[in-house]
Design a protein around this ligand. Structure first.
Ligand SMILES: NC(=O)c1ccc[n+]([C@@H]2O[C@H](COP(=O)([O-])OP(=O)(O)OC[C@H]3O[C@@H](n4cnc5c(N)ncnc54)[C@H](O)[C@@H]3O)[C@@H](O)[C@H]2O)c1
Ligand SMILES: O=P(O)(O)OC[C@H](O)CO
Length: 330
């Protein structure tokens, strides 16, 4: 049986867009926000001016009461990765046993190096995890522009329930049984997009940009496989697809963050100027540490982590990457 009522946790841009999509797919949607002004704005003006001002949020009930989310048939968790544990622990207080949870955020928990699926299992033992990842800017989805995404579940029946609940002609989910691969792709591409933004901001040229995407994809695949994912999955929407989108779009928060660094701004200046989350900033050190722990070669991501921590300058990072020994392409 498909899910009729969907609870969405997190009324940032992506949670709001996914709520709009689910409502258009015919679901009854409850959208949980931590900020009272966001709840109020959605319920009274059908707008989310703070996080997604250019979209209409019609036919969706917003709430700050997590018990209303627990009453739904299934839950989409869309809190940024560093805050996911707190949201899930709140949900755990009222969640039904074996609740179906779709994890929609793209990052690792920096302090524990854990994936969102691990955070879910620790916060709500017995919850049924799925992962949604792929090329999808919130505003595109909210405006009904077409895209396709990877929808990964540990079993096909669960995946089919989700696909029929949120799939639409303009939001095409492709099923995968590779949850770990889907998660890894979304987290690593954000860090690589920061690197691509730096290349653009510094004016290093289109050739460097393409080379970085290709070598970055090698890093993304290596880590995804080392973490238990499948290399084939990473050639799909949640890996290569999202990498290409995020690394080529000025509207990406991660790419634009890197671009601003390339243009000479400091990390604090760029982060201080935006309310939107830039996931790659928090995920970069986690990936650098995981790469060390798992003995995976990830020079681009490690360089981004050093730059974001301001332990090296952009010029030092670029020089170190260019002076690496020549080797076989793998
Ligand atoms: N925006 C997109 O286009 C898009 C698309 C796909 C995936 N994602 C992913 O979705 C996730 C959410 O991103 P977003 O774009 O919706 O965020 P956003 O930048 O639009 O909004 C920030 C969100 O963080 C929440 N937040 C801020 N401080 C918090 C705190 N202390 N505790 C708990 N929550 C806090 C806010 O309530 C809000 O929901 C990220 O992992 C992002 O990578 C975003
Ligand atoms: O704006 P970004 O960089 O957070 O990317 C948004 C989505 O993940 C693109 O698929």
């Amino acid at each position: 049986m498909s899910f009729q009522t969907i609870g969405v946790i997190g009324a940032g841009a992506w949670g709001t867009a996914l709520a709009i999509n689910a409502q258009r797919a015919g679901r009854d949607v409850v959208l949980w926000a931590r900020e009272d002004d966001v709840v109020e704005a959605i319920n009274t003006t059908q707008k989310n001016p703070k996080y997604l001002p250019d979209a209409d949020v019609v036919g969706i009930h917003a709430t700050s009461d997590m018990a209303e989310i627990s009453n739904c048939d299934a839950v989409m968790a869309v809190t940024p990765a560093q805050f996911m544990r707190g949201s899930l622990e709140l949900l755990a207080k009222t969640a039904k046993p074996g609740v179906s949870v779709m994890l929609c955020s793209k990052g690792f928990e920096t302090k524990s190096l854990k994936m969102m699926t691990d955070v879910l299992e620790e916060s709500i033992p017995g919850a049924i995890a799925s992962v949604l990842s792929g090329p999808s800017f919130a505003i595109d989805v909210a405006l009904g522009l077409p895209t396709a995404v990877t929808l990964a579940s540990s079993n096909q029946e669960e995946g089919e329930r989700w696909m029929s609940a949120i799939g639409r002609p303009e939001f095409r989910p492709y099923y995968s049984d590779d949850i770990l691969g889907a998660e890894a792709g979304g987290a690593v591409k954000n860090v690589l997009a920061i690197a691509c933004g730096i290349v653009e901001g510094k004016g290093l040229g289109r050739s460097a940009h393409a080379a970085l995407i290709s070598r970055g994809f090698a890093e993304l695949t290596r880590l995804g496989v080392a973490m238990g994912g499948n290399a084939e999955t990473l050639k799909g929407l949640c890996g290569l697809g999202d990498l290409v989108l995020t690394c080529s779009s000025a509207q990406s928060r991660n790419m634009s963050f890197g671009f601003a660094l390339g243009q000479g701004q400091t990390v604090a200046e760029v982060l201080g100027s935006r309310t939107a989350v830039t996931e790659g900033v928090a995920t970069a050190p986690a990936i650098a540490q995981l790469a060390k722990n798992l003995n995976v070669e990830m020079p681009i991501c490690e360089t981004v982590a050093e730059i974001v921590a301001e332990r090296i300058t952009l010029s030092q990072g670029i020089e170190a990457l260019l002076k690496r020994p020549f080797k076989a392409e793998d």
